[in-house]
Write a protein that binds this ligand. Structure first.
Ligand SMILES: Cc1ncc(COP(=O)(O)O)c(C=O)c1O
Length: 389
């Protein structure tokens, strides 16, 4: 039985219940409130995308022909220019490729890598993490080996068993991290992978929402053996368009892009054009940063006032809130996180994401995504406050 709860031992693969489909009871409790649920469960942006990007979708002239799988020169040049502006790294557009949102890439990488190294069967990923790293391993018939985090949030790579490292297809690192918001040491991850010949994939989809320092990419530490993965879903509120990018080691990028071309992965032409327009603009990102930071600070402070300590994270738009002691025993066969999530739903109409969805070490936390306008966040807090009174 895996972290995700799928059972691969009795014949065919049985997909586990999708994490957000487990929220049924909580969703019902939250929706029963006058004014409805304040849904902070899924990290789906609620703010509008830049208007010029929406306009670009309708004026690309790219509807008729098949788009390139690797991504148009326009899109890859826009991505290279963004990386240069944002991180000061120079990446050739030929070492950048498009993906249909980064989730499909995360889920597919183990499968693609295993085709050329069939003897390897292990995916190393953070112990507390976005569940698709593990899912990608399972879909490729591999095993995911969780790497624990140290107190500073970085993966403790020294804890990886050498036998697991020998079997590894790749290492995933995610900074800023979903769900904890912590930053990892990308230089250390790159070095560790290079020393062992293990490709390191760095999921940097929240990099624009780094608060405690400048945003970082693994490519600042060279491109040999590493691939940075970027998404426009969070950066530009374009989760509905499905466009992401991967960039780095020219040989790895070329290999993945070639396989993906054969398999027919293509970002639609108009979306590629709109993605290039989004990457060309930084102003909307600056505004979005202010919006998320204000929500994070306001919500964290108000929760603190209600006796639920919460801290603005080092990055991301998530509050990773420790379950208060009175819920620590859980409820029946439910985790402390689920019991606290039930309280938030019942008392505040707030729908959260219980931390167990991100690995067993998450069972003492809930994740709250700041993806609702301030008036909705305040509504949830007001209800919680009234309940406490
Ligand atoms: C850590 C992480 N990686 C990747 C993704 C996938 O984003 P998308 O497929 O929209 O690019 C998400 C989405 O929530 C995420 O949290």
């Amino acid at each position: 039985m895996s972290l995700l709860g799928s059972d691969t031992t009795r014949g065919g693969f049985v997909p586990p219940v999708y994490p957000f489909d487990k929220l049924g009871e909580l969703a019902e409790l939250a929706a029963a409130h006058d004014g409805g649920a304040v849904d902070l469960s899924v990290g789906t942006p609620c703010d509008p995308p830049p208007p010029q990007v929406v306009r670009a979708l309708g004026h690309s002239g790219r509807e008729r022909g098949y788009p390139t799988s690797i991504g148009s020169v326009e899109l890859r040049e826009a991505a290279a220019a963004w990386m240069e502006r944002r991180f000061g790294v120079s990446v050739s557009p030929s070492a950048i490729a498009a993906c249909v949102g980064t989730k499909e890439l995360v889920a597919g990488v183990p499968h693609w890598l295993r085709l050329r190294r069939p003897s390897q069967d292990t995916v190393l990923c953070p112990a507390l993490a976005y569940p698709t790293y593990e899912m990608g391993a399972l879909l490729a018939g591999c095993r995911a080996v969780p790497v624990p985090a140290g107190s500073d949030g970085s993966m403790q790579l020294s804890a990886v068993d050498e036998q697991d490292a020998e079997r590894a297809l790749c290492l995933w690192v995610n900074s800023p991290a979903n769900p904890s918001g912590q930053l990892d040491d990308l230089g250390a991850a790159a070095r560790w992978g290079r020393e062992r010949g293990i490709p390191v994939f760095s999921d940097e989809c929240y990099v624009e929402f780094t608060w405690s320092s400048a945003g970082r990419t693994i490519l600042e530490h060279g491109d040999s053996g590493v691939v940075a993965v970027h998404s426009l879903s969070k950066r530009s509120n374009l989760a509905g368009l499905r466009v992401g990018l991967f960039a780095g080691d020219p040989e790895l990028v070329e290999y993945l892009a070639a396989l993906r071309r054969h398999a027919g992965f293509m970002v639609p032409g108009p979306v590629q054009h709109a993605g290039a327009v989004a990457l060309g603009d930084d102003l909307h990102v600056l505004r979005q940063r202010e919006i998320y930071l204000e929500r994070l600070q306001r919500f964290a402070a108000s929760l603190g006032g209600l006796g639920i300590p919460a801290e603005v994270p080092a990055g991301t738009f998530y509050l990773w809130v420790a379950v208060p002691d009175r819920f620590a025993g859980g409820g029946g066969d439910q985790s402390p996180a689920f019991a606290f999530g039930r309280h938030l739903a019942r008392a505040g109409g707030i729908l959260s994401s219980p931390g167990d969805a991100y690995g067993p070490s998450g069972r003492g936390h809930v994740r709250l995504a700041m993806v609702q306008p301030v008036d909705r966040l305040d509504l949830g807090l007001e209800r919680l406050g009234r309940f406490a009174d």
